[in-house]
Design a binder for this molecule. Sequence first.
Ligand code: G4P
Length: 518
Amino acid sequence: MVTAPSSLMSNRRTFAIISHPDAGKTTLTEKLLLQGGAIHLAGEVKARGAQRRARSDWMKIEQQRGISVTSSVMTFEKEYSGEKITFNLLDTPGHEDFSEDTYRTLTAVDSAVMVIDAAKGIEPQTRKLFEVCRLRNVPIITFVNKVDREGRDPFETVDEVADMLALDVSPQMWPIGMGGQFEGILDFASGEVSRPQGPSKEFLGRRDRDPEIPDNFAEEAELAQVGYPEFDLEAYRSGDLTPVYFGSALKNFGVTELINAIAKHAPPPRPQPAGDEQIAPDYDEVTGFIFKVQANMDPNHRDRIAFMRQVSGTFRRGMKLTPSGLGKPIAIHSPILFFAQDREIADTAEAGDIIGIPNHGTLRVGDTLSEKDTLRFTGLPNFAPEILRRVQLKDPTKTKQLRKALDDLSEEGVIQVFYPELGANHIVGVVGQLQLEVLISRLSAEYKVEAALEAAPFATARWVKGDQKAMDEFEQFNRANLAKDRDGDMVFMAKSPWDVNYQVEKNPDLTFSATKER
Ligand code: G4P
């Protein structure tokens, strides 16, 4: 989908980086922020390991495991072609397991950068993330990282992207001699040849002018240039083509080219679906949706921040917006913009921006916020959990606290919670194993609730819908397998995928869905 002309004027670029752990996402993020002047960290780039993590990670478990579990938002600005561009970078978790958080983050961006390790190619997780982007029409720019060290033949990498992702690829640069005698990288646009050197680059010459550029350079670059399609903006924006950049996040090489490509090609804020309507950035009121809620970011304050992706209008501090889940307006007095590592109070925000709204639980993931309260954004799904567990309370006097904690954490999208029709134990569902560890650790650290998880006799769940009569009948025969979700909607807990198929066949009047639209 190519954005409507009205929004082409926007200087916002809201994007995410998708990658496999260790591909270099953190390093690239730092370099992007550095380019945007958002951080001035002579020594800080080197502040690796524990120190770096302590700075960017919020939760205990992240420190323990050295990974980033939650997504965050970073805003920075940079001039491109005489215009100041505001970049909103949404961080997606970089661990093996998926959470719904990841999916939802990708509903809040307009484009993505896919980082691939030059030596490793595309790994399964990157592919899964890519599929989500495709599902959501999020176009991708590819950054092949770590070209400063020995990697695979770049033809192999590029062909793999094309084959595995069924995409046209259009290299914008080409490294010569990778995997053997590395010589340098040609930028097709400028004709310049250079290579990573220290914190910047060493200029080697121009392909067309300088005789010292080796012959094999011209040949291989020629092959690469004629062998792949030319960049086509429309094909990129509709998700059929990815431009490919080669670089080194560590050596800050190719990062300028990447950021310029985002400024030049990546789509500005696009319309978002609200039922049958598409709400464009120039719609005549401020609207947005909550794609993430982060509780207890500051353990001393027990604050809770809802992240809103603004869809339309110009937001002004103090403005009243109505959250769809609440039904009455709230005044937003201290909206937060996330400038790099600092939080700032936002006076205004535009479509495409992400603002953090401190609240005490009134805002939930999936809520629409608007001035007039007449529309609802659609397309923020709950996914059927792949792992279901019973929650076993160690101290039975803490039932109330447990219920509160599970409600909170399900609001955040960390887990889904199900209340069985029979039996007292709550059942939690997650999409990835790691979420279970997050759950136990947060129950203990933030709610002082010690709990354990035990096997539940269920493998997956489906939301059931149908007319009253069919529902009543189904309920009568399957009570032991039924639960209510947090909204009171009926959920069928299945022992196996076979169980699901069986019920689907047996109950043609009911629908069993693996996702639930909020
Ligand atoms: P991630 O967020 O995707 O998990 O990756 P991260 O940036 O943490 O990078 C993973 C490792 O790869 C780090 O090394 C980092 O220094 C290295 N790296 C990132 N970009 C490049 C690059 O362009 N070239 C080379 N050669 N290495 C790169 P580490 O030793 O695992 O981490 P640390 O001990 O330096 O923190």
